[in-house]
Design a protein around this ligand. Structure first.
Ligand code: AMP
Length: 116
């Protein structure tokens, strides 16, 4: 049994978020604590805790995450300069919310991939 997180409430619009995009498979909204001028979370509508839990039936939703990231980056006008997509998995990666989400970060020079 998968334990829902508050992301499911955002997806169902039971709690407020700045939603930029939603379709039958994914929802995208601005991160509440932005780490870059554009910091958007793209989440699967279905609660899948981590990338370790993905199954073949999730392929469409995971593909849609990337396609929607590309569309949103263009709308945010950060596509040309560049941006970063990150999915954290479990403790060592710093995953805080156990509902698969992709961070879309851009709008400035992002620097090295890993903190040193
Ligand atoms: P992660 O560490 O990869 O699990 O990322 C979780 C992200 O969720 C963090 O960047 C948080 O700032 C973000 N976050 C937490 N609460 C909210 C919220 N209510 N609305 C939008 N983003 C949130």
């Amino acid at each position: 049994m998968v334990q829902e997180t508050f992301f499911s409430k955002i997806i169902r619009r039971e709690i407020t978020a700045d939603i930029l995009y939603q379709d039958n498979l994914v929802t995208a909204f601005r991160d509440i604590s932005p780490q870059a001028p554009s910091h958007i979370l793209i989440v699967t509508n279905q609660c899948i805790p981590t990338i370790n839990d993905i199954k073949p039936e999730h392929e469409a939703a995971l593909g849609r995450m990337i396609i929607s990231a590309s569309l949103i980056a263009k709308k945010e006008k950060i596509a040309q300069d560049g941006y970063r997509l990150i999915i954290n998995c479990n403790h060592n990666a710093g995953q805080e919310v156990y509902h698969i989400h992709m961070h879309l970060l851009g709008g400035c020079l992002l620097g090295p991939l890993l903190a040193r």
